[in-house]
Write a protein that binds this ligand. Structure first.
Ligand code: B4P
Length: 191
């Protein structure tokens, strides 16, 4: 199994690219954002609790997403590996993921980090709000908070992964197809 993290600030294209990459390389795509939104849509107790955190642009508690990911890893079969999208988002989540994978005889093979300019991130999220109606994309104050939370809590993972030799920066500016090509060429080295 070959396992990838797709990483970057909100709106950097993690979700967009993950769907295409998972299909191309037969990877299981695990998006904690999608899992949380599914809980909200289903009206579960967990979803009700998490929706107010997410609509403010804050991170949900580490233990919630760690538990979700562990359950998905154990129920996924017949794939070439996992593509983790939007997880981990803290160093504590990264340590938990490494342990989860090590316990199952696996590791994180590569961390692909999408570099996108700040103004472009805001533009993409505002545009998505018009189409998807996601509450966390509608309000510029919430968008700013999500980017601030990314810098404070999520970006430190880059240094952590750089020390492990798995950090791969990818230019995340340009068309969806251009970026898909860059990511695919990089991932092919491992598959
Ligand atoms: P996520 O669902 O992970 O959302 P995101 O970071 O906003 O999205 P992404 O970067 O995937 O953007 P996308 O491709 O869609 O998280 C949402 C929330 O859930 C978090 O704020 C947090 O509260 C919670 N959460 C999730 N995981 C968590 C965790 N592990 N721990 C704690 N909390 C967690 O792209 C955005 C838009 O840009 C799209 O409309 C797309 O069409 C467009 N786009 C993409 N690429 C483009 C390109 N090249 N050119 C033009 N437009 C492009």
């Amino acid at each position: 199994m070959v396992n990838f993290l797709i990483f970057g600030p909100p709106g950097s294209g993690k979700g967009t690219q993950s769907v295409k990459l998972a299909e191309k390389f037969n990877l299981t795509h695990l998006s904690t954002g999608d899992m949380l939104r599914a809980e909200i849509a289903a009206g579960t107790q967990l979803g009700i609790k998490m929706s107010s955190i997410m609509s403010k642009g804050e991170l949900v508690p580490d233990e919630v997403v760690i538990e979700m990911i562990a359950a998905k890893i154990d129920s996924s079969k017949d794939c070439a590996g996992f593509l983790f999208d939007g997880f981990p988002r803290t160093v504590a989540q990264t340590v938990a993921l490494e342990k989860m994978l090590n316990d199952r005889g696996m590791k994180i093979n590569s961390m692909l980090v999408l570099d996108v300019e700040h103004d472009e991130l805001v533009k993409r999220l505002v545009l998505r709000a018009e189409q998807s109606g996601r509450p966390d994309d509608k309000d510029p104050v919430v968008i700013k908070n999500r980017i601030d939370v990314y810098k404070a809590k999520t970006e430190p993972i880059i240094d952590y992964c750089r020390k492990r030799g798995i950090y791969q920066p990818i230019n995340g500016m340009g068309t969806i197809e251009d970026i898909f090509g860059r990511l695919s060429r990089n991932m092919k080295k491992y598959l």
